[in-house]
Ligand binder design. Structure first.
Ligand code: NAD
Length: 253
């Protein structure tokens, strides 16, 4: 059994910061060639690339706004042009966008959250499907503990969008098992990244940390092992349609 990814090509979306950056570095450390996607954080993405290349890894940047299906298709074409195949697709890009309650809800806000967290997963999986079919590859999406317990204040659409994404991959898992493609998700609890730096107060985070059995928030690095495990056909070849919870005991479904 091996958890090496030599000769494997891994596309990680939203890999400039937080969980995606840690996952990209984790795959690279274990031999994979990594396609680093990001939306607008070019400087941060360049740092991830430099760290991987500095440790003799192989990676390349593929900027694309994943809310735009044409940009998604081009990103996948560019990855194929550079690396020739995709073995593992990590659909990680996503976010809260903003905290908005029902009293301030708008169609524009609805679209922005759903496009970022649901449309992007559908379009990326769709664009990558022929390549995953060839490689007998697998997909891992980043879900959330919020899919089971709902979001915090103003995060209703975010939680619902993540639940939609986690549900989508169950259908894909059934539909494409015959082609040898697996679909799973990693479902993080409260992980300290830009996501919470931007949208959650330090006081709320302190209270959340106190309520977690392990008495701390998660780190991006805490999440990496679950992705490496699910991506490995040797370790997880009979696992599809599942969610791995990474949350310090915050939720035991
Ligand atoms: P983050 O803000 O550090 O990372 C978000 C990533 O998504 C960045 O790389 C960013 O470039 C990318 N991105 C954002 N909009 C994009 C777009 N339109 N097109 C392409 N890329 C885009 O935060 P994070 O916490 O690392 O979030 C990563 C994933 O983890 C998200 O899907 C988030 O919903 C999920 N998640 C986070 C937590 C948490 O507590 N931090 C918990 C559960 C799930």
């Amino acid at each position: 059994m091996t958890i090496r990814y030599d000769d494997k090509v891994v596309l990680v979306t939203g890999a400039s910061t937080g969980i995606g950056a840690a996952v990209a570095k984790g795959f690279a450390k274990n031999g994979a060639k990594v396609a680093i996607n990001y939306g607008s954080s070019h400087a941060e993405a360049k740092e991830v690339l430099a760290e991987i290349v500095g440790q003799s890894g192989e990676a390349e940047l593929f900027p694309a706004d994943l809310r735009d299906t044409a940009a998604v298709k081009k990103m996948v074409e560019d990855v194929i042009a550079k690396f020739g195949k995709i073995d593992v697709l990590v659909c990680n890009a996503g976010g809260l966008v903003d905290r908005v309650g029902l009293e301030a809800m708008s169609d524009e806000f609805y679209d922005s959250v759903m496009d970022l967290n649901v449309r992007s997963v559908v379009s990326t999986c769709s664009a990558a499907l022929p390549h995953l079919s060839k490689s007998k590859g697998n997909v891992i999406i980043t879900g959330s503990v919020a899919t089971k317990v709902g979001g915090g204040a103003g995060a209703s659409l975010y939680a619902a969008s993540k639940a939609a994404a986690q549900n989508l991959i169950k259908t894909y898992a059934k539909e494409y098992a015959a082609e040898g493609i697996r679909f799973n998700s990693v479902s993080p609890g409260t992980i300290y990244t830009l996501f919470h730096e931007k949208h959650t107060s330090p006081e709320v985070l302190k209270n959340i940390a106190a309520s977690i059995p392990m008495k701390r928030l998660g780190t991006p690095e805490d999440c990496v092992g679950a992705y490496l495990f699910l991506a490995s056909d040797d370790l997880a070849g009979y696992i599809t349609g599942q969610a791995v919870e990474v949350n310090g005991g915050q939720l035991m479904p």
